[in-house]
Each structure stands twice: as C-alpha cells, then as structure tokens.
Design a protein around this ligand. Sequence first.
Ligand SMILES: NC(=O)c1ccc[n+]([C@@H]2O[C@H](COP(=O)([O-])OP(=O)(O)OC[C@H]3O[C@@H](n4cnc5c(N)ncnc54)[C@H](O)[C@@H]3O)[C@@H](O)[C@H]2O)c1
Length: 386
Amino acid sequence: MKSVRIGIIGMGNIGKHHAGYLLEGKVARCQLTAVCSTSPDKLADYAAKGVKIFGDAMELIRSKAVDAVIIATPHYQHTTLGIAAFEVGLHLMVEKPISAHKADAEKLIAAHRLNPKLAFGGMFQLRVEPRYEKIRALIRGGDLGEIVRVNWVNTDWFRGEAYYASSAWRATWKGEGGGVLLNQCLHNLDVLQWLLGMPARTRGFCQLGRFHQIEVEDNVTAYLEWANGATGVFVSSTGEAPGANRFEIVGTRGTLVLENGKLMFTRNAADMIEFSRTAKTGFSKPDATTGEVPFTNATVPHATLMQNFVNAILDGEKLIAPGVDGIHSVELANAMVFSSLTKETVELPMSSAAWEAKLNQLIAESKLEKKVMQVQASDFASSFRK
Ligand SMILES: NC(=O)c1ccc[n+]([C@@H]2O[C@H](COP(=O)([O-])OP(=O)(O)OC[C@H]3O[C@@H](n4cnc5c(N)ncnc54)[C@H](O)[C@@H]3O)[C@@H](O)[C@H]2O)c1
C-alpha cells in the first residue's frame, strides 16, 4: 500500500474538521475516500467532491472503499463500530474517549488484540502540542526530580445551555456516559496520565447539573494520589467564566507552571528533600532560578496525529497516542464520578464492572427530558487549545 484510503464515520463538529484538513492535503500519503453520517444533510458537499457517501456506518465499514476509519460519532458507538472495523481488517483512529466507559474500552482493546497488525490510534491531539511535549521531556529527563504534587485547575471549558441542547446525546448518561470529565477535559486527563502515569487512587467530588439543565457532572474537584506518595488536585467545570487553566507540577528539583500560554520552570539549585536533610539552618530553602520555556502551539494538531497514524500503517512508525492508552483517561473520568456517587475513595485500577452497573442504574433511573434545538454555528476550533 502506498496511500491510505480513509473513511470518516460521524460528520458532526469534529468529523467535519478531520475531513477539512484531509481534503486540503495536510496529511501526506492518504486520501479521504468515504464519509458517513446518520444526518444526510451533512453529506452532500462531500459527494460533490468525489468522496463516497454512506448513511449507514456498517455499509461504509464493509464497502472496501477504505483501509482505515476515523470514528467521530457519539461515545457509545466508538466501541461497537470500532470492533466492527477491526473485524473486517480496517485500521482505526477513534475519537476520544475511546469508549463511553471502561468496560467498553476493555472490549475494544480485546478486539484489537485479535488483530494486532492493525494500527489503532486514539485522537489525543494534545500529545503533539509542544507545551506538553516539553513538560514531558523535562519530567523524563529528571529535571524536576521526583514528582511530589500536581494541581490542574482546568475550568476553561465554559459551555452554555445551547451547547447541551445542540444534540440529543450530549450530557446524558445514556448518550454520552458522563459530562465534563468524559467529554471536554478528557484530553487533559490523558495528558495527566501520559506525563505522570496513572494515580493509585482518587476521591472525586462531582456536582451533577450544577450549572446547566443536564444530568451529568459539570463541576468537579478530584483528589489524586500516586504510588510514590505524590498528591494532586484536578478541578474542572463547564460553568465557570472566564475560567482558568493553570497546570502546576512540583518535583523535588523544580516546579513547572503552565498558565496563560506561558510555561515557566523554576529550578532548585539542590534537591529539596536532600537540602532539608542536610541544611544546618531551619528557615532557609534551596536557591532557585526561574525561566520561561518557550514553545509555539501546533498549527493543526489533529493532522499531525493523523500523519503519525498514516505513517504507522505504511511504515510501522510508533504511534504517539495508541488507542489502548485511551483506557486510562476513560478510567480516570469514570473513577472520579464513581467515587463521588459512592462517597468513597476509588483504588485504581478500578472495577470496570462496578462502574458499568452504576452507569446502567443511572441510565435506568434517568428522568431527564432532553430538549434539542437548532443552535447557531460558533467557533468550534477555538475549543482545541486547553
Ligand atoms: N479530538 C477533539 O478535538 C474532539 C473535538 C470534539 C469532539 N470530539 C469527539 O468526537 C466525537 C463526536 O463529537 P462531535 O462534537 O463531532 O459530535 P456531533 O454531535 O457534532 O456529531 C456527531 C455526528 O455523528 C453522527 N452519527 C451518530 N451516530 C452515527 C452512526 N452510527 N453512524 C454515522 N454517523 C453517526 C451524527 O449524525 C452527528 O453528525 C465525540 O466522541 C467527541 O468527544 C473530539
């Protein structure tokens, strides 16, 4: 194969975005050959451009018109359609979250295990953003020493009622499986575990429908603890304006703060624990110097991740965001809500069956009557830079 034929299933906000940069030729050695949506009005433009159109995902999957698919549907279909794609030998790039809940993610991963030669990527485009790549390099290079504390106030995800009313699936247990954790800041949860590994436990405090007429969480504070004793707090909301995005990582040798588009690194002249043990004075602390770590934002991060996916198919290049990694962010999102509902700390890895049972109960007991309305188009792409 010299070029990968790509199909997109789900032509809403993000499906259209993927189609846009693919048709503009921003990803080499591939072409968009098919698109599918259950909303036929979203397809006419593509037919005019010579792209095959499908109203049914299984027809696209079985069509032999594609070598790989991007699944950009609502969350629950990621698992069923992803498994169907693997079964007919298609490479898969699945939108985040890889599944609506951890048990489904396990099923998708098991299906890939039966077809390990197929490339399986997760659309976690923050992994190609230079600011996070630089943080990762500093942590991995030992510049921070041992990590002791992490705080991420990640409330810059404001959404109005119109957003939730724009589709029936949004912000429902049945259609989405969760709220701000599983949808908006799932990228940040992926980054958190990509940088620092999975915590050992979490205690979540989630408010359901605090700011909106929805049944899922829209305001969250979660405590995290890692096996080495490092502690963390993750705060998120879709109801806070203007909201904040401050990411603070403290290690024994230095502190990183990412805020307002700047990454600042304060380097301790000595490891603080070592200093504490050996200093002869009780009030002094290690000398420190602060400097800015410059970065530029990625221009089309989704396209960069797709190029890596295409290279993985054609050349066996290592995936930057393997789909299997996607289970971790799903698990963090699930565990924070589960902990909040049970008012108990959740040890990780959590029981996927226990959360699935709770989720099914929430679905069965749901009394929400969702009102869907036509909303004005707005700058969807502005939501990418978190
Ligand atoms: N990576 C990112 O930056 C990013 C950004 C936004 C959304 N997303 C993710 O992408 C997915 C879609 O989000 P969205 O905002 O585009 O949603 P959306 O509601 O705008 O679009 C979903 C589309 O899928 C179609 N659809 C539903 N079921 C289908 C099926 N079985 N077959 C074919 N089409 C089907 C609907 O008709 C709709 O057009 C979600 O998982 C979301 O979390 C990712």
